[in-house]
Design a protein around this ligand. Structure first.
Ligand SMILES: Nc1ncnc2c1ncn2[C@@H]1O[C@H](COP(=O)(O)OP(=O)(O)OP(=O)(O)O)[C@@H](O)[C@H]1O
Length: 474
């Protein structure tokens, strides 16, 4: 079985591509890349990864966008639930698009083999149809390791080596967008490379449920069971989805037990620890805890910076010649703390914007282009909190933050507080000025600039600022 196969464009194998087709494909990829980011916001992360992620845009002609879909099941679902959203987004981004047309391999094959009016009888889903496609970007090489995810990464690596099963299941959990799916795909891909004969089945819990329901409806449950119970490695993403879905849980439990008894490796991911999944049967929770449970912690500054650097390197090949000013990545790593997906989307938008404008990526451009993301990520640190912390740290009175004293022992901490207020809140310079005793915005700008300069030359001041920032973020 090859879960990866489904990720290719249906055109990928064509040998006679000319330069025009290449350009068109590239353009479709770019347009789809932008549309995906929008769609994710509209449909939410979970539905996005299950239903939209496996799709590819292969062409737009006469108002019809053609979407390649790995399975018929997926295209039916997407067409019923998401076509309006997809049309709207594509139309806005590159249009004009008024309708969608789906192409699936199985459909193409069936159409070629049978007259269009003849409906095929229900048949059990094949293993290839059950598997979710793997994203080719989600490899171990592309996964940046830092303190918050090192244990999860090491455990994933171990499982991917495919040696004797030492912990079963491997249970990975963590908040939204912290790399669970990335690690799952990396494991599946690596196992396929190392053991091409192994049957690795990767799918989301949501897909497990829909397939199970479909099998019930089509009376092919025995085939469904058989298929799941004969894989070498079973990987189920977002298992919390089946909580509260009684018969699916039951089926999952039996599948799980059979595979564990046979010594087959199982890898599970969820958004929380097994014990914390509400409406999950106790016996399943305890089974899930039998192996190794590791969590992906929220990212820290260093990890975010590492990820940004690595993504910047790959964007550079996509947008050759684009310059990025010093300090931009550090600024993003400080300000966007929600999750890696958002961080990645922000960088992607920034590169696209800068390439359209033909300009270097500067701090100003970053603030302008990402204003919405930055606002949403505002940690709600108030200017008053910043002033208090800085005053405490330098042992000066809070009143001196807003007072008129100009002696350096007071003026410098005040400027540091201004700088942090600019960096850590979305307040404008005049607003900051008002909170510093009604100072003019040019005074604030001067203070911010001064500290920016000093950060480069005065190591102890730079350390003070980092410490203060961490205290404020905590
Ligand atoms: N350590 C990392 N290094 C590089 N990229 C990462 C890292 N962590 C996450 N990402 C990227 O962030 C994005 C979100 O990650 P992923 O989809 O794996 O999150 P998730 O934990 O499965 O989230 P969800 O709960 O929403 O399903 C992906 O594009 C992924 O490649």
């Amino acid at each position: 079985m090859s879960p990866g196969r489904g990720t290719e464009s249906p055109h990928a194998g064509k040998s006679r591509r000319n330069a025009g087709q290449e350009t068109e494909l590239g353009e479709m990829e770019r347009l789809w890349g932008q549309a995906r980011a929008e769609l994710q916001k509209i449909v939410g992360a979970d539905s996005f990864s299950t239903w939209i992620e496996p799709l590819r845009l292969t062409g737009v002609q006469d108002g019809t966008a053609t979407i390649a879909c790995p399975t018929r099941f997926l295209s039916d679902w997407v067409s019923r639930h998401y076509s309006d959203d997809i049309v709207k987004v594509l139309d806005r981004m590159g249009g004009p698009v008024q309708r969608l047309s789906f192409e699936t391999r199985s459909q193409t094959a069936r159409q070629a083999a049978a007259p269009a009016v003849k409906r095929p009888a229900p048949r059990p889903a094949s293993e290839e149809e059950l598997a979710a496609p793997l994203d080719s970007r989600f490899t171990f090489e592309n996964f940046v390791v830092g303190k918050p995810n090192e244990l999860a990464h090491a455990a994933a690596r171990r499982v991917a080596e495919g040696g004797p099963v030492t912990f079963n299941p491997l249970f990975l959990y963590g908040g939204v967008g912290l790399g669970k799916t990335h690690l799952m795909h990396a494991i599946a891909r690596e196992l396929q490379i190392r053991q091409p004969e192994a049957r690795v089945l990767y799918l989301s819990a949501e897909q497990f449920m829909y397939r199970f329901v479909q099998a019930l409806r089509d009376r092919t449950v025995m085939d469904f069971k058989e298929l799941f119970r004969t894989v070498s490695v079973l990987m189920v993403d977002d298992v919390q989805f089946i909580a509260g879905k009684d018969s699916t849980q039951e089926e999952f439990f039996h599948t799980f037990n059979t595979l564990v008894d046979q010594g087959k490796q199982i890898v599970i991911s969820a958004d929380r620890a097994p014990g914390e999944i509400k409406d999950m049967e106790e016996r399943i929770k305890s089974r899930l805890q039998c192996g190794l449970v590791v969590d992906l912690h929220p990212t820290d500054y260093e990890l975010r910076l590492g990820i940004l650097q690595s993504k910047t390197d790959s964007f550079r090949t996509q947008y050759p010649g684009l310059q990025i000013a010093p300090g931009v990545l550090e600024f993003l790593a400080h300000r966007i703390t929600s999750n890696v997906r958002v961080l990645e989307g922000a960088l992607q938008r920034l590169f696209a914007f800068a390439s359209l404008m033909g300009r270097e990526i500067t701090l100003d451009m970053t603030q302008e282009c990402l204003a919405d993301i930055l606002r949403a990520n505002d940690r709600k640190v108030s200017i008053e909190e910043i002033q208090r912390k800085v005053a405490e740290h330098y042992n000066i009175r809070l009143a001196d933050m807003i007072g008129p004293k100009r002696v350096r022992i007071v003026a410098r901490p005040r400027q540091i507080a201004m700088y942090l207020a600019k960096q850590m809140t979305s307040r404008s310079l005049p607003e900051i000025g008002r909170r510093f005793g009604g100072r003019d915005h040019t005074t604030i700008m001067h203070g911010v600039k001064k500290i920016e300069e000093l950060r480069g030359s005065d190591r102890s001041l730079a350390e003070d600022i980092d410490l203060l920032r961490r205290l404020l973020e905590a």
